[in-house]
Design a protein around this ligand. Structure first.
Ligand code: GDP
Ligand code: MN
Length: 395
């Protein structure tokens, strides 16, 4: 899960990462109130969206007087940012962060993430931070230091030496840098992060290191033990269908094909998508309702699929294990009758009580096509979608 910059800053402040003071506003009235009670003269204003590259997309503005602060806030509140990181639909900024303007002497990059190949956390550091770090990493990878973080989470003296050399930190910057890196390592562990970035971490004209921009992503699988961070979820920053799926604990990924899929088990869901491709079509989504899917989950899954106008036919591929086929068939029948499905529905079932399950489907009044094998199911649904496509009707 992504967090907003202001949320990440709130979190990292607790780990002795130096963060300049900031305010978050969501209306012009709030800007007015802030300007009346503070003595803010010069500020940087930044859109709050779940994407980086805001500076280059016009989402970061420097204001040299109160009038410019008002002007920038008016421009940024409600602004839509569209870049490679937001995707073509873009993301709207409902909040704007306002922070005093800092004089920058140097911009650094500092980050921690997981290297899955090594199976460990790595520290990334570069003296060429700022808006072009991706370019730096691509063109001159030797300018980015990559240090594996030891399992005890304490850097060794040779790690520190390499880090200081890369960053060019001497004098008072050495201690400040150490405190920041140690804070990041602890924060990474305690927040169950998958990524923390300070970019830029800057040196000010007063020889201080401070983090001007902060990014924090949390492992979704750890959110159950991170109640505060879980509360940071912002549905306005994900597609409506993905937000709905998250609410009902369904693993859903929107894709751009025409076959809606509902499957129990991630492996089976992947195989189902492969089979749809194999027979000449493509899936509109990945949806894993889980091994112990209840009737309610099946109903929510249906609603998600049906709300996607691209879907021309639905394939349900179920393996009855934890939940037997009969119970699942009941769930499908009741959800399908409630929702009035007007597009072809193909069901393939296998596993415990499969005969009873198929019987339930046959006995229902619904127009369900029962497939007896995986390939038959995939072929039928692709054929049904193609026929529908050629008739040119949609629901
Ligand atoms: P990003 O483009 O989404 O990564 O947004 P950032 O918050 O990193 O801002 C982009 C750039 O704006 C930074 O690299 C800085 O050069 C500049 N910037 C951000 N905050 C300040 C500030 O307080 N003072 C100054 N002078 N520049 C800033
Ligand atoms: Mn940045």
């Amino acid at each position: 899960m992504y967090t907003h910059e202001f949320q990440a800053k709130q979190v990292l402040k607790r780990y002795s990462i130096p963060i300049p003071p900031f305010h978050v506003v969501s209306t012009m009235e709030e800007v007015e109130a802030l300007m009346q009670k503070s003595s803010l003269q010069q500020a940087v204003l930044k859109v709050q969206v779940h994407a980086g590259g805001r500076g280059k997309a016009g989402g970061v503005k420097l204001a040299k007087n109160p009038q410019e602060i008002h002007q920038a806030a008016r421009e940024l509140l409600g602004k839509k940012i569209v870049n490679r990181q937001t995707g073509p639909e873009g993301l709207v900024s409902h909040q704007v962060l306002i922070t005093p303007l800092v004089e920058i002497v140097h911009e650094y990059y500092l980050g921690i993430t997981i290297d899955r190949r090594q199976g460990r956390e790595i520290l990334l550091a570069s003296a060429e931070g700022g808006m072009d770090i991706e370019e730096v990493a691509l063109q001159t990878p030797d300018k980015v230091l990559v240090l594996p973080i030891p399992f005890g989470r304490e850097l060794r003296s040779y790690h520190w030496l390499r880090l200081m050399k890369t960053m060019g930190w001497t004098g008072t910057l050495v201690e400040q840098g150490k405190q920041i890196v140690n804070g990041l390592i602890t924060a990474f562990k305690e927040t169950d992060a998958t990524l923390i970035e300070l970019n830029p971490l800057v040196q000010t004209s007063k020889e201080q290191l401070i983090a001007l921009d902060v990014k924090l992503s949390i492992d979704d699988n750890a959110l159950f033990r991170q109640p505060i961070l879980k509360g940071y979820f912002d549905p306005s920053q994900v597609s409506p269908r993905e937000a709905q799926a998250q609410q009902h604990d369904l693993a859903y990924v929107a894709l751009d094909g025409e076959i809606g899929c509902m499957v129990n088990g991630a492996g089976l869901a992947m195989a189902t998508m492969d089979m749809i491709h194999y027979y000449g079509s493509s899936p509109a989504n990945f949806l894993d309702v889980g091994g112990g899917a209840s009737k309610e989950k099946v109903a929510e899954g249906f609603k998600l699929i049906l709300s996607d106008p691209k879907v021309k036919a639905i394939l349900i591929n179920i393996f009855g294990g934890i939940m037997n086929c009969e119970t699942l068939a009941d769930g499908i029948v009741s959800a399908a009758s409630e929702l009035e499905i007007h597009i072809p529905l193909v069901v393939r079932m296998e596993g415990t009580h499969v005969e009873q399950g198929k019987k339930r489907l046959q006995e229902s009044e619904l127009n369900i096509q029962i497939a007896h094998t995986f390939s038959e199911a995939a072929q039928s649904v692709v054929k049904a979608a193609k026929m529908r496509g050629s008739h040119g009707d949609s629901c």
